[in-house]
Design a protein around this ligand. Structure first.
Ligand SMILES: NC(=O)c1ccc[n+]([C@@H]2O[C@H](COP(=O)([O-])OP(=O)(O)OC[C@H]3O[C@@H](n4cnc5c(N)ncnc54)[C@H](OP(=O)(O)O)[C@@H]3O)[C@@H](O)[C@H]2O)c1
Length: 338
């Protein structure tokens, strides 16, 4: 077999604050021949997710930290170019946990085969029909438990998870309020996704006052994507028996020793349930979730935005856009198929 060269971005040191090229440099390494059961994928899409920043550190997390020297971990979709597995042949397309690299070598048993003939753009399996869509679906319905007529507040509302949360909450008959970091994003939420009210958290001033104004009947479900001061303000606006679904705390990921929330007393004052979750808690039900999300997308009832960026050598600066809010929806890297 021809020896392939693999460009990789790997974890050389654990970042403190925002990762830079000293933490995540590039290297070119040969792709080893696949061992028994293994498959080599040429990556077509690499998912960029805020959680990757957590895996670069070594704090306890829901999966192991990325080992120093390993390619930065990401979900990938690729085409099989070499196979030593009876279940895969060159040309097949599959999704797996891979890395910031051109070629990913894994056991065939870890792959999920994707059917290109269905005509669904492959990148959607990293977004609305994949981990972020499923996070929104299970996190809102199983953790947030919204009821018709209730008010649902969502932060990072124009993002991959938040935009789906808001639309599913509307389908449940809720009043939906989104917080996002630009007027353009807020307009999209209100004009195209049907959010009832929006808050540009970068210009609104006092968060608590802005949430109270946008949620005159209080908040029954807060879907928390950001943590930090927005969570603290939301805690002050919760109704009796409200639920807080803690999905992620992106505002803290690049902040060493970020302070915790100070208004947790509200859990007692209003008998609130605050529950963290990961999408992996619902692994057994992924089929159900993808089926429902796909049905809504095909019926035009669930809209999504994805931003596809070309070129592996742009991967670190592109990843960092998740933290300055310049991404427009689900952020994905595309690699050329040669
Ligand atoms: N629990 C799980 O299983 C799970 C799975 C997937 C994702 N998540 C979490 O869900 C959240 C959203 O992830 P995503 O993939 O959907 O990303 P995303 O929302 O598409 O992109 C991240 C967005 O976060 C906002 N943001 C960044 N820094 C912020 C800050 N300091 N304060 C407030 N907002 C900030 C930005 O939007 P603005 O322009 O609005 O600032 C940015 O566009 C993250 O916390 C992530 O870790 C959890």
């Amino acid at each position: 077999m021809k020896t392939l060269t693999n460009r990789q971005y790997y974890l050389a040191s654990r970042p403190v604050g925002e990762p830079d090229t000293s933490n995540v440099p590039a290297r070119d390494v040969p792709v080893p021949d696949p061992a028994p059961g293994e498959v080599v994928l040429r990556n077509l899409y690499i998912s960029l997710d805020p959680a990757i920043r957590g895996w670069m550190g070594d704090d306890p997390n829901y999966i192991e930290p990325i080992a120093l020297g390993d390619a930065v971990r990401s979900s990938v979709i690729g085409r099989v170019v070499q196979s030593n597995s009876p279940d895969y042949a060159p040309g097949d397309v599959a999704m797996t946990m891979g890395g910031w690299e051109q070629y990913t070598t894994v056991q065939g048993a870890t792959l999920n085969k994707l059917d290109e003939s269905a005509g669904i753009p492959l990148s959607l399996f990293l977004g609305v029909l994949g981990p972020t869509g499923l996070t929104a679906y299970f996190g809102l319905l199983e953790v947030g438990k919204p009821k018709a007529g209730e008010t649902v507040l969502v932060s990072a509302a124009a993002g991959a998870v938040g935009s789906i949360v808001g639309q599913i909450a509307k389908m449940q008959g809720c009043r939906v309020v989104g917080m996002a970091g630009s007027d353009d994003k807020c307009r999209w939420l209100q004009d195209e996704l049907g959010f009832d009210a929006v808050i540009n958290y970068k210009t609104c001033g006092d968060y608590e006052a802005a949430i109270r104004k946008a949620c005159p009947e209080g908040v029954d479900v807060y879907f928390d994507n950001v943590g930090g001061e927005i969570l603290d303000a939301a805690l002050l606006c919760l109704n009796k028996f409200a639920r807080v679904a803690v999905c992620g705390w992106i505002s803290t990921y690049n902040v060493p020793n970020a302070p915790g929330p100070t208004n947790l007393w509200q859990l007692v004052a209003e008998s609130v349930t605050l529950q963290g979750f990961t999408v992996l808690d619902y692994l057994e039900r992924f089929g159900e979730g993808i089926g429902q999300l796909a049905q809504w997308v095909m019926a035009g009832e669930l809209k999504y935005r994805e931003e596809i960026v070309d070129g592996l050598d742009n991967i670190l600066p592109t990843f960092l856009r998740l933290f300055d809010g310049s991404n427009q929806g689900k952020l994905v890297m595309r690699l050329p198929e040669e």
